[in-house]
Write a new protein. Structure first.
Length: 757
């Protein structure tokens, strides 16, 4: 079947090229606009407590705080100056005129007068957005708001010298999405020249070097076009943009490197271009398909996770890897059959670079290992253990620093709020309390319960303030609160903005905001949310029979982390089991898949260990633009790295084992197969790994921390896999195991001079 496919592709090579050109032209427009359909905030397919809290808020509060942005205003004069008030009024009026803005609320109208900077030159106000607008991720209300603010400031009397920044989670989301798209384009521009140089060194020819890049770019273009179509049926996370680009370039170039290298070998054996292309598909093409399937397994495992972020990356990974495999086994052989010996042009490059590809150096290394296999295993194992040790100290959570790009407008606005001591207003933990039918939150019994709850929450030193109907006048006793609300209608009219935000129209549902101190990091916010839930779980006196739900950003992060980690063992077991089964079928061996799975786990653990050391602990983090340790690793990162790296690192395993098995089937000698397999593939694996490291390493310098995590982790995993694992541990263990490597495909070892286990 493979032979028939190979001959068909090569015979109809022009038709194959036209078909791929048509697909590229079809999907290019969609690929260029993919960032417009990607979501920053994901979610879970399970109904979490925070999700129910958000739904209850939307149902009970049609007004201000379902979704909102903060407008930070900094002036050249003091807030006491009348000119400042004129500018603020002009900006607020411009916001109110936008059709999707439901209400504009000044911080002072919420009963809080301290949200002004110490020099009284910076303040902010809040604009509440219609939830039907914020639910549409392709809505461009953030740039529209910014344009409206700029225009209003330009028209405002005395507006010169004022600075206005839009922040809050909608603005942060928009900026992350925009920056991710910019970083992806910038990363491609940076990595392609580096990749071309590495490929020229690998092939000693410019034409041959351009082919893998063409495959990588085509794979990304078509896959992103397919992602845009997939986004019409399910939410796709912004992570998919970076992962698809990284993986598409990496595997597209890796597979092409293997195919082109094998094609040149077949040409050098005297085959015609047609026959060499057919033979390449039968050998290297089969290895690419096997390797691609192992990568697909990793991404398929992500489809079983409950998070939008991981599932959408799984979809993107499946699409780009499948596209890269098809390109490497159809488009590339067709091109090779047409080019023939022309892939070696210009020939003057080949002579000075020939020494790089001489197998003699790798043969000496192979002999060195095979004479000291146990030392190699001990040394390599010790190195892996040292690299993996920091993994024992991993802390999962939302990173304390750099989570939001600090150079973005929204990131700078958030920083100004933090300096004012007001950032907690857009990062509260939200406690939603719904009373039984017919009851009022302003009844003496329920007010007493709300006050008890608020007092308990305020005791936490990480909490700056607790805001709700029971705290509208701080220091009031339960009796004073009951008297204060004796005429609830009059009180509600007097403090309308406050009550619109914290009490439903029927008085049955109320909201308590737990506002953190500004010293509390995002990691600490998750701990605050956990403590709030612990307090609520102890059945607050006076709130019996009420439904109490804890939501907000931190609580959502806690829920997503819990659900993802609960699924992680199943995902890992699924990926390991299916990969081992596929390798067993491919190589008809028990030991080979077990060894491959174990060693892949070691390369992943080493990458995790170094990631914890650099990011969580901050050693060398400044090289990547961090201003300190992150203190935690985002929960999505280990899952993405494991699923992605496990498949990608299996590429090199398959490349190496395929050549070893090929030699073993011819000679029946395991030691010879190990030596020749290593020396024949070492150069290809080294250059392929260098390309992967360059591709992933570029994204380690992204301005989005989550992308940095993944890029750095993948680069480290490939580095360790291509050096410690494939060049040291695999050949040493293969030599020690002898003919047992190929059992039961080959019967148990006999004493025939072969090194056996």
């Amino acid at each position: 079947m493979i032979a028939w496919l190979a001959k068909t592709v090569v015979r109809r090579r022009w038709l194959v090229l036209v078909a791929w050109a048509g697909l590229a032209a079809l999907f290019l427009p969609q690929a260029l606009g993919v960032q417009q359909v990607l979501a920053v905030r994901g979610g879970s397919d399970e109904e979490t407590e925070s999700f129910r809290a958000a739904q209850l808020l939307k149902q009970a509060f049609p007004g201000p705080f379902a979704e909102y942005v903060a407008v930070v205003v900094h002036g050249p004069i003091s807030r006491a100056n009348r000119r400042f008030d004129v500018v603020l009024d002009t900006l607020a009026a411009a916001m109110r005129r936008r059709p999707y803005v439901r209400e504009v609320v000044a911080a002072s109208s919420l009963g809080e007068s301290t949200f002004v900077s110490r020099d009284r030159r910076t303040t902010f106000f809040i604009a509440a957005l219609a939830t039907d607008q914020t639910d549409n991720i392709s809505n461009n209300y953030v740039p529209d708001l910014r344009a409206a603010l700029r225009d209003a400031l330009a028209r405002a009397p005395g507006g010169a010298g004022f600075d206005v920044k839009l922040t809050g989670y909608p603005a942060l989301d928009y900026d992350i999405r925009s920056i991710s798209a910019e970083d992806t384009a910038r990363g491609e521009q940076r990595v392609l020249p580096v990749t071309l140089v590495v490929l020229v060194l690998a092939f000693g020819a410019l034409v041959a070097a351009l082919l893998p890049i063409a495959v990588g770019v085509l794979a990304i273009t078509i896959a992103l076009g397919l992602v845009t179509l997939a986004a019409k049926f399910q939410t796709m996370s912004v992570f998919v943009l970076n992962i698809t680009t990284m993986v598409g370039l990496g595997v597209g170039i890796d597979y092409s490197l293997l195919v082109v290298t094998r094609f040149r070998e077949e040409l050098n054996r005297g085959l015609s271009a047609f026959d060499a292309a057919v033979r390449t598909v039968q050998t290297a093409g089969a290895a690419v398909v096997t390797s691609g399937l192992t990568v697909v397994v990793g991404f398929a495992g992500l489809l079983t996770t409950p998070l939008v972020e991981t599932r959408s990356v799984g979809v993107g990974g499946l699409l780009v890897v499948a596209t890269a495999v098809l390109l490497a086994t159809t488009f590339l052989p067709a091109m090779l059959a047409i080019l023939g010996r022309n892939i070696d042009r210009p020939r003057w490059l080949a002579r000075p670079l020939a020494s790089i590809h001489a197998p003699s150096g790798w043969e000496r290394w192979a002999r060195f290992l095979l004479h000291r296999p146990w030392r190699a295993v001990a040394g390599g194992g010790l190195a892996v253990a040292l690299l993996s040790f920091p993994l024992t100290q991993i802390r999962i959570g939302v990173p304390a620093r750099n989570w939001f790009p600090p150079e973005s407008e929204s990131g700078q606005g958030l920083a100004e709020l933090q300096e004012m001591g007001a950032s907690g207003v857009i990062q509260p933990t939200r406690v939603v309390i719904q009373l039984p039918e017919g009851e009022s939150a302003l009844s003496p019994l329920r007010l007493r319960g709300l006050k008890t709850l608020s007092d308990s929450l305020r005791k936490d030193p990480r909490v700056k303030e607790v805001r709700g109907v029971a705290t509208i006048r701080p220091g009031m006793s339960s009796l004073q609160l009951a008297l204060f609300y004796s005429d609830s209608r009059e009180v509600r009219e007097r403090f309308a903005p406050f009550f619109n935000a914290y009490l439903s129209a029927d008085n049955r549902t109320t909201l308590v905001d737990v506002i953190p101190a500004d010293t509390v990091t995002l990691t600490g916010l998750m701990d605050v949310a956990r403590r709030v839930r612990a307090v609520v779980a102890h059945r607050v006196r006076g709130l019996q029979g009420c439904e109490i739900l804890v939501g907000g950003f931190a609580a959502t992060s806690v829920d997503l982390q819990h659900h993802l980690l609960s699924r992680l063992p199943g995902v890992v077991a699924l990926i390991l089991g299916i990969t081992a089964l596929m390798l067993f079928v491919a190589f008809r061996s028990v030991l080979v898949p077990l060894k491959a799975v174990l060693l892949n786990c070691l390369s992943v653990s080493s990458a995790f260990g170094v990631t914890v050391l650099v990011f969580q602990h901050g050693y060398g983090g400044r090289l990547f633009g961090l201003d300190g340790p992150t203190e935690a690793i985002f929960v999505v990162v280990p899952v993405l790295i494991f699923a992605t790296v496990f498949g990608l690192s299996m590429d090199y395993e398959v490349f190496l084992l395929t050549r070893m098995k090929e030699v073993f089937d011819k000679t029946g000698r395991n030691d010879h197969a190990t030596m020749e397999g290593l020396s024949a593939t070492a150069s290809t694996i080294t250059f392929a790994a260098a390309i992967m490291i360059a591709v992933f390493g570029v994204f380690a310098f992204s301005r989005v921390l989550a992308v940095q995590f993944v890029g750095f982790g993948l680069a480290m995993a490939v580095l360790f896999d291509a050096t410690l694992i494939r060049m040291v541990l695999v050949p040493a263990i293969m030599h020690i195991a002898g003919r047992w490597n190929w059992w039961p495909g080959v019967r148990a070892p006999r004493q025939d001079g072969e090194n056996s286990a």
